[in-house]
Design a protein around this ligand. Sequence first.
Ligand code: 4AD
Length: 490
Amino acid sequence: YIRPGLVRKYSTRFRLPPTIQEVLSTAPVGQEVSVTAWVKSIRKQKRIAFGVLSDGSSAAGLQAVFHGDLQERVKEVTNGTSLHVTGKIVSSVGAGQAKELSVEKVEILGSCDPESYPIQKKSLSAEYLRDHTHLRARTDAIAAMLRLRGRLMTEINRYFADQNFTYTHTPVLTSGDAEGGGEAFRLAPTSHDPSLSDRDREFFSRPAYLTVSHQLHLEALCHALTRVYTLGPCFRAERGVTRRHLAEFWMLEAEWAVAPVQDPHLQTAALCDFVEGLIRNVVGNMNSEDLDVLWHHRENDSVSTVDREKRREAMMTTVTSPVPWPKMTYSKAIHELLKVDREWEFPVRWGGALQSEHEKWLCEELIGGPVFVTDYPAGLKPFYMRANPQVEGESEVTMGCFDLLMPHVGELVGGSVREERLDVLKASMQIKGMDPDGESYAWYSALRQFGGAPHVGFGLGFERLVGWLGGIENIRESIPMPRWAGRMLM
Ligand code: 4AD
């Protein structure tokens, strides 16, 4: 049985068998189908057994009915068993689904010991499932999250392709800490030969790190392909263990060249508008069945059902409402925070970082939705950002940059106008203690020397987007195999 409509320009003789999602959506009653799947649950009666089969292709499983002479085989079937079944699609008599599979042939591919199988039917806490990371994709919520991630990637690629961006692949092994945050994982030397110099013991004959951001390399490609993006893994040795940070996470990053504009504020505003358009369009195309599973999933959840419904509605309104997401300068944000009569754990002052309690208040209480905070003080931001023109009478310099804050997630995106003037860039690197002509960054400075062009860019935390969209409380449930300080199970 081949899914109708699956006709390609260049057909091959090779055909994949249908997934359960395809069977449920397109196979007509009377059709013979075969599927390979895992048993989610099985209910055995004297002469008949009902199983729910899942191959992870959809939120819904396929109900399978095993009649009379299959009973011997079915005895061995338990939750988690993998099967290859063949049968006919029939109309379902049971409530809840339109069709089911009347099984004619069962092959047991792999048995599953019911005593020791960690994924029991009863509700399992997120913490427990993290201890069984290798099997947790068998649960509804993790499977829905995985499909959501895949679909988000597809939609993101589609959005960028529509805007004529090139998807590029920047390295994971890098020569420096792009963000200057001192959180880069360093590769250990590969040789212990005492006769070698420190440098020669290094695999690359120089220190090497796992990338914290693909931005700098993306900027190099932007200086040839004009509009580029990448979606790749980033690594940060952040010791603080929070529900928003991972040691390995994925970031969507884009860089593009822009026309020179006197006022960098306009560039920043346009950059925010691009990001808003991206998120709205991508999110608007998600599968609602998977979102239902995620939003209704309440294991280990501290939020009431009513509040969850409200949050989901607010999230969708954010995406569909024609009202643009508000923009607010950092100075204005500080001004608002200082007005609140509240004991902050971290005192509010101009020049200080916005802590997550401040960000939370700004988007959840003051605005009640996403908010772009722009024009942060120079001291809070990395060397590559372009400064705003200094306002007369003000000594403080702000940057042409923004952070996008989302309710319940905090900072989802950060971006800026990039400094394209070589002299200014070098000065700002020196202020941050970096050597603009040293081996780690000379190539970056040189981009400005050989046809440097005004450009802008941003980075979006992919797991935070997944979490915001699916109402997922902890970022560890937004990635297949989470890593954080002290923890890497597989
Ligand atoms: O604000 P960040 O550090 O910005 C950069 O790295 C820029 N170079 C990006 C760019 O302009 N190309 O990180 C960007 C986003 C954050 O807003 C957050 O969503 C996510 O990456 N992020 C993390 N997500 C999970 N775990 C962590 N440890 C994260 N650190 C940052």
